[in-house]
Ligand binder design. Structure first.
Ligand code: RB5
Length: 152
């Protein structure tokens, strides 16, 4: 799997851990920054970068990290075709992929410890997107994207 990664300064250390762990698991990582925990940067830039990388085909999936996971998920979800989910545990991570077909996983480095965060990433990557009624619901989300584009 090719996985795009992005974070702001608050998420930098966890992003670095996710990057090395994904590589250990045999995945290819596309690291879109930021490159330091010391310099304050704006999470929307990195949420958008991860989202665009996924929807343009530069990566299969994305992981985005900020202090809470909230801001970067809001930004990523502005990219048409992104389904970004903030998760804090393994179960929500698994359901995010199974039921919501989340293509970007968002983590809050100030809220979720590294071990739980890595377990959540693993659960999300290893889950299988469910079919049936879930596909129809994802289609409704995609239709909302189309509606948004018409409004613009
Ligand atoms: C940065 O201080 C912080 O606001 C950001 O990482 C994130 O938590 C926003 O949602």
């Amino acid at each position: 799997m090719r996985v795009a990664l992005g974070s702001d300064h608050a998420g930098y250390d966890l992003k670095a851990l996710v990057a090395t762990t994904l590589a250990d698991w045999g995945h290819e990582v596309v690291d879109l920054g930021t490159d330091s925990a010391e310099t304050s940067v704006d999470y929307p830039d990195f949420g958008a970068a991860v989202g665009r990388c996924v929807t343009s085909g530069g990566a299969d999936l994305g992981v985005a990290v900020c202090g809470t996971g909230i801001g970067i998920s809001i930004a990523a979800n502005k990219v048409v075709g992104v389904r970004a989910a903030v998760v804090h545990d393994v179960t929500s991570a698994r359901f995010a992929r199974e039921h919501n077909h989340a293509n970007v996983l968002c983590l809050g480095a100030r809220l979720t410890g590294p071990a739980v965060a890595l377990d959540a990433v693993a659960a999300w990557l290893n889950a299988t997107p469910s079919g049936g009624r879930h596909v129809a619901r994802i289609a409704k989300i995609d239709a909302l994207d189309e509606h948004l584009e018409e409004e613009r």
